[in-house]
Write a protein that binds this ligand. Structure first.
Ligand code: ATP
Length: 218
């Protein structure tokens, strides 16, 4: 186990992992809230590799990445992290964070998830290693509570305030008190499949791109 050495004065870097199929206003609202409340230097969107048999038909990894780039074009502190897309098979978060840590050895990393993910976090591959490589920042998500699944035990053991991100290199769970951001990619894909035109849960450039390329249509 790594020891808990004091963090460098450099601000932590947030890593927001997910499928982003497609990126929606819920993701963007979380990202902005995290940047504002955790004083991060940067937030990197890290879309995961999805095996072809599980991918949305007709939507490539490159197109998911392009939609992220379109959505964050005006957000100076947000960037695309293509690490997992550039690999030929799915990667575990623990392995990706290890690679990122290798490339940024002096940076504190904070992996961003929604409360739905914290509720099942101990089912993640090498979840303890994730906490040895980074902190976790948890956004509230409608329909999931801190009382469910793994959340109470994990929060009892690892909970800290955002200040801890600047005092420790890894191993803390920061639960944010963000308002509800309702969008879900599943609901958005279903609305698009029904040919709905005005989907306010998508950033306009993303909606335009989806319509131009006829993505998610049945
Ligand atoms: P799907 O509906 O396909 O499962 P999703 O909307 O959950 O997709 P993902 O790409 O799987 O989107 O989400 C990536 C991360 O963002 C996850 O940790 C998830 O918990 C979080 N997240 C997604 N939407 C929200 C939201 N509305 N509020 C808070 N967290 C969210």
């Amino acid at each position: 186990m790594m020891t808990d050495t004091p963090a460098s004065p450099r601000s932590p870097i947030g890593i927001f992992g997910g499928t982003f199929d497609p990126i929606h206003q819920g993701h963007l609202a979380c990202a902005r809230y995290v940047l504002e409340h955790c004083a991060l230097a940067q937030l990197q969107f890290m879309p995961c590799h999805v095996p072809p048999h599980r991918a949305s038909p007709g939507v490539s990894a490159q197109q998911r990445a392009t939609m992220i780039e379109l959505a964050i074009a005006d957000e100076s502190a947000m960037v695309l992290q293509p690490l997992e897309l550039n690999r030929s098979s799915p990667s575990y978060t623990a392995d990706s964070l290890a690679l990122l840590k290798q490339s940024m050895p002096n940076s504190t990393l904070a992996f961003v998830i929604g409360m739905d993910s914290l509720c099942y976090f101990t089912r993640w591959y090498q979840w303890q290693r994730i906490l040895e490589l980074s902190h976790l920042i948890v956004c509230q998500r409608p329909g999931y509570s801190r009382q469910e699944g793994d959340a109470p035990t994990l929060l009892r053991q690892y909970a800290a305030t955002p200040a801890a991100l600047h005092q420790h290199t890894h191993g803390k769970i920061i639960e944010l008190n963000n308002p509800d951001f309702s969008p879900s990619a599943t609901a958005i894909r279903s609305a698009l499949a029904q040919n709905r035109k005005n989907i306010s849960e998508l950033a306009l450039p993303v909606l335009n791109y989806i319509q131009q390329h006829r993505l998610y249509q049945s």
